[in-house]
Design a protein. Structure first.
Length: 343
């Protein structure tokens, strides 16, 4: 490769030139990226793992795949396919020490989920020993009683890891469309929320949370009595790596996705799905555990220490029986403490 004459570069411009060279080098490396094959761009100041999860598809090719009829959503589909075809970073805790620090940070705020946090830590460590330089875990099912704090836990996990989280409330679903796109020829078809999130995310290893999957009801025709059985292909690494999105008519590699499934009753999930996940069954928190968490949270939030005694008393009297209730009370106390005083 040759280049024509350019402006003279002085010593003061060395840093700018270095950034330019790095940028050109990065673009060249991205152009060579193959679908499903992670690459590591090693620079002086940091390493950048990245991957392509879908092929770049031209508008003509896309129209041939989906049909040439005049679709009102054609522009939106083209935008999604373009976003999915872009190179995605692989991010999150990427060393053993970073994973340990991440787990410790989450445990400090959710000690009652020690079993689940440890399972996540160990799974991430295993992937790192196998060569990953990004955050990756085996699909995880967390079973606990209502109000135990599962939803709060996944938000803590996403914040501590720095990963994008796709949160789907399965109890509100009447079909699988938000998770798996339906055939584009159906009148009520649509792209999935997962495809939308990946197309708009800079990273490939997002966290997808399926909350209350055990309560999902698939009301569509010819649906399975166990809707979760239809999700097995997303969790199986080999099939996930070649997932065909029926709505977009595009093959997308979902093998880098981190799946966390939250349920109250894991027995309502299909055996095939459970076999592909690590299952953590959490016992309901005892009054002593709730009281201990209350004490920790009051200190962490910087609330008045005088709150500890009445809350512990309420726990012992059975007025606070779940962490959901506890956190609502503490949220209210935090809001009241931050409210300005009126003169």
């Amino acid at each position: 490769m040759t280049s024509g004459p350019g402006p003279e570069i002085g010593d003061d411009d060395d840093e700018a030139l270095l950034k330019l060279l790095r940028s050109d080098f990065a673009f060249e490396a991205e152009d060579r990226a193959i679908v499903g094959k992670p690459r590591l761009l090693s620079l002086k100041d940091h390493d950048r793992p990245f991957v392509r999860i879908a092929s770049q598809v031209s508008s003509d090719d896309l129209n041939l795949r989906r049909g040439a009829d005049d679709r009102r959503d054609r522009f939106a589909v083209r935008q999604l396919v373009q976003g999915l075809g872009e190179v995605k970073d692989l991010t999150g805790p990427r060393t053993s020490d970073e994973v340990d620090e991440f787990a410790a940070k989450v445990f400090d705020q959710a000690p009652n989920f020690a079993l689940a946090i440890e399972a996540i830590r160990q799974s991430a460590q295993v992937h790192i020993t196998r060569g990953a330089r990004w955050f990756q875990i085996r699909p995880l099912v967390i079973e606990s009683s209502p109000g135990a704090g599962k939803t709060r836990l996944v938000h803590l996990l996403a914040k501590a890891s720095g990963l994008t989280m796709v949160y789907l409330d399965c109890a509100a679903m009447t079909n699988l469309s938000p998770i798996i796109s339906q055939d584009g020829t159906w009148s009520n078809s649509r792209h999935s929320e997962i495809m939308h999130a990946l197309a708009n995310s800079a990273s490939a290893n997002v966290i997808v949370v399926l909350d209350e999957l055990d309560k999902l009801r698939d009301m569509s025709r010819h649906s399975s009595p166990q809707p979760s059985e239809s999700l097995v292909g997303l969790l199986e690494k080999r099939s996930a790596a070649a997932h065909m999105d029926n709505y977009l008519q595009l093959t997308v590699d979902l093998s880098f996705t981190n799946w966390i499934i939250l349920v109250n009753d894991a027995t309502r999930l299909s055996r095939a799905l459970l076999d592909r996940c690590q299952v953590i069954r959490m016992a309901p928190p005892t009054p002593a555990e709730i009281a201990d968490i209350a004490t920790r949270e009051i200190e962490r939030r910087g609330l008045a220490p005088e709150l500890v005694a009445p809350i512990i008393k309420a726990v012992r009297l059975g007025k606070i029986t779940s962490l959901r209730t506890l956190h609502k009370l503490l949220d209210a106390a935090s809001a009241a403490a931050s409210r300005p005083l009126l003169n």
